[in-house]
Design a protein around this ligand. Structure first.
Ligand code: ADP
Ligand code: MG
Length: 345
């Protein structure tokens, strides 16, 4: 009896020691793989017990991302979105449960952002073709015409079938699908036993767990001026951090920068003094949408929305090199570039 008791105590003490030491399995290896997915260079880093486990986990995560791309891409023939657009004004399409989830998320955010985020902007987005060889400034007439076909209530859902009622409307999930893919990639890594890693799909980043040394990941905030280098960083554990910037995909004509975030109210790429919006959230799908939408809203309206939402933090950088950070992140953001100044809003 006494012996049993001391064994229990010893076991408890060992368990406590393990907890105090940070439960840190030693000798974790860093495994990284880069692959081209969802129109961007994806990067996945994991700390794993063996190279084999890490490589396998990353491989499965990329397979999952490609699977999402094959459902939600506008350009892959036979994808749910390709078919919906192909049959617009004509036939309903039976879409995957996941495509439906992302479409519904898009509809929800249309309401929350008062229409600034609109998955029905496809015809306008195609007209501008930002990021493609065919990108050009369309005529006012073309823009007015395309804008007539962006009415979100023309997307009609009945159980798992969807129809676009307007023959000239196109759905574009470019502002939301990447975030969803990041969330699903993280689920795969977790299911493969990975507790520490980073997924980066072209600016949609998720910091999984702590680094292998038990300290938070420090995720850099890109310098919008250079489109490379960082102006500072934030410490993150199990959080998504997504940035939308006007330097990501754009072309210049004269001194106007035509970039890939379209203001549905004007039909043109947003012209305000914002250079980038970074959103920190639990799910990357939310960060993806909000970074795009808040870019359109600007500092005042955007910051007010961020502050009104639970578990959402944001950082806005303007062309005057001002940084606005929401109340929950202001204390922890580290600014390393002294040309940039933190401002109150
Ligand atoms: P990136 O894909 O470079 O990370 P964003 O997440 O900011 O960029 O999303 C921009 C993409 O979202 C555009 O390329 C386009 O496909 C789509 N988009 C642009 N403007 C809007 C908008 N107002 N509402 C919804 N989607 C948009
Ligand atoms: Mg986005």
């Amino acid at each position: 009896m006494k012996k049993n008791k001391s064994i229990v105590i010893l076991t408890l003490m060992l368990a406590l020691l393990f907890i105090l030491s940070g439960c840190k399995p030693q000798n974790l290896r860093l495994v990284k793989e880069v692959e081209f997915v969802l129109g961007t260079l994806g990067q996945i880093h994991v700390y794993s017990e063996s190279e084999k486990q890490g490589t396998q986990a990353i491989k499965n995560a990329y397979t999952r991302i490609r699977n999402i791309e094959n459902m939600m891409s506008t350009s892959i023939e036979g994808s749910d979105i390709f078919l919906l657009n192909e049959y617009a004004g004509d036939q309903q399409v039976n879409v995957d449960q996941e495509t439906l989830y992302v479409i519904n998320r898009g509809l929800l955010y249309y309401d929350l952002t008062e229409g600034d985020f609109n998955i029905a902007l496809g015809s306008l987005i195609n007209l501008w073709s930002i990021g493609k060889d065919t990108a050009r400034v369309p005529s006012h007439e073309e823009i007015t015409e395309a804008m007539k076909h962006t009415n979100i209530s023309d997307i009609s859902i009945d159980n798992q079938t969807v129809i676009i009622k307007d023959a000239n409307m196109r759905i574009d999930l470019g502002g939301v699908a990447k975030g969803y893919a990041v969330d699903e990639a993280i689920k795969v890594l977790r299911s493969e036993g990975i507790t520490s890693g980073l997924v980066n799909l072209g600016g949609d980043v998720y910091a999984l767990g702590n680094k292998s040394d038990g300290t938070p990941w420090n995720v850099g905030i890109q310098d919008p001026e250079l489109g490379s280098g960082v102006i500072g960083s934030v410490p993150l554990v199990d959080k998504s951090i997504v940035t939308s910037g006007d330097y990501e995909r754009y072309f210049m004509e004269g001194d106007v920068r035509y970039h890939h975030i379209i203001d549905p109210k004007t039909g043109y790429p947003v012209q305000n003094n914002l250079r980038s919006v970074t959103i920190i959230s639990d799910l990357s799908i939310d960060g993806d949408v909000l970074s795009t939408a808040i870019f359109i809203m600007g500092v005042d309206k955007g910051m007010a929305l961020i502050e009104s939402l639970d578990n959402i933090e944001g950082i806005i950088i303007t062309s005057e090199k001002e940084i606005y950070a929401s109340s929950g992140i202001k204390e922890s953001i580290k600014i390393s570039d002294n040309r940039y100044k933190l401002r109150e809003f």
